[in-house]
Design a protein around this ligand. Structure first.
Ligand SMILES: CSCCC(=O)C(=O)COP(=O)(O)O
Ligand SMILES: [Zn+2]
Length: 236
């Protein structure tokens, strides 16, 4: 049943409650330039509930009462079949919802979408190989250790390991990225992120802290790669 109230699901004095964490994370991401101009967003899964930020709003101004709540599992399509249990009046759920759900279906506890310029720039430096999808690769940089080996493995990548992040092509509407994002997730079962050419990145993690730090490590590596490229240094 769709409800417009259910305020108790988003009102909490606990700073780690998803409805408090999402606004807090969005404020941090805004300061980093990742979600300016209403772009990007964040979603958290806790038990069988998904908390989602609203669409097309200033992400740094989101309040707990603006948060949508979905019962998980839920159909991704059509949007009218999704099991919303809290829908704030006058707001629309993030257009990233089916992409966030794709990460939750694969065990994630938090999914972040940013429009980081470093992420966009690396997608312009990595070309599509004929017959294969494009992929950002980097190795021999300490910060690679901030990324887990993968969903099917334990521990973090090592200094000499190669980090691979698939790149998918952008589409006119955010929702339409879902098919290619899921294909990339199948082709790279150990990835925790997918870059979207000329758009940004989706990053997910087991919980909000891991998703955030993985997002930070990746952004560091993208910036480094772009700066190395500018200096004429190979980054791989
Ligand atoms: C200028 S933002 C264009 C839409 C977009 O790419 C995006 O990430 C915004 O998603 P929302 O959560 O606001 O629906
Ligand atoms: Zn976007």
């Amino acid at each position: 049943m769709q409800r417009e109230d259910n305020d108790h699901l988003v009102i909490s004095s606990d700073p780690n409650h998803p409805a408090n964490l999402i606004p807090e994370l969005c404020r941090k991401f805004y300061q980093l330039g990742w979600v300016t101009g209403t772009g990007g967003g964040t979603s958290i899964k806790q038990d069988n509930l998904i908390y989602i930020a609203p669409s097309g709003v200033q992400k740094e101004l989101i309040k707990s009462e603006n948060i949508f709540v979905l019962s998980f599992p839920t159909p991704k399509y059509p949007p009218s079949d999704r099991k919303y249990i809290r829908k704030p009046m006058g707001l629309k759920p993030s257009a990233c919802t089916p992409l966030f759900l794709a990460a939750f279906e694969r065990g994630a506890g938090c999914s972040i979408h940013t429009h980081s310029q470093w992420a966009v720039l690396v997608t312009l430096l990595v070309e599509k190989v004929h017959g294969k999808g494009a992929c950002f690769e980097i190795s021999n940089v300490e910060q690679i250790k901030g990324i887990p080996r993968g969903r099917t493995k334990t521990g973090m990548l090592g200094f000499h390991d190669t980090l691979r992040i698939p790149i998918i092509e952008n589409t006119p509407f955010e929702e339409d990225l879902t098919g290619s994002l899921e294909k990339a997730m199948e082709e790279y079962p150990d990835t925790y992120a997918v870059l979207v050419r000329r758009h940004g990145i989706y990053v997910w993690g087991d919980n909000p802290a891991k998703a955030k730090t993985q997002c930070e490590s990746l952004d560091y590596l993208f910036q480094l790669a772009v700066e190395m490229h500018k200096l004429g240094l190979p980054w791989i």
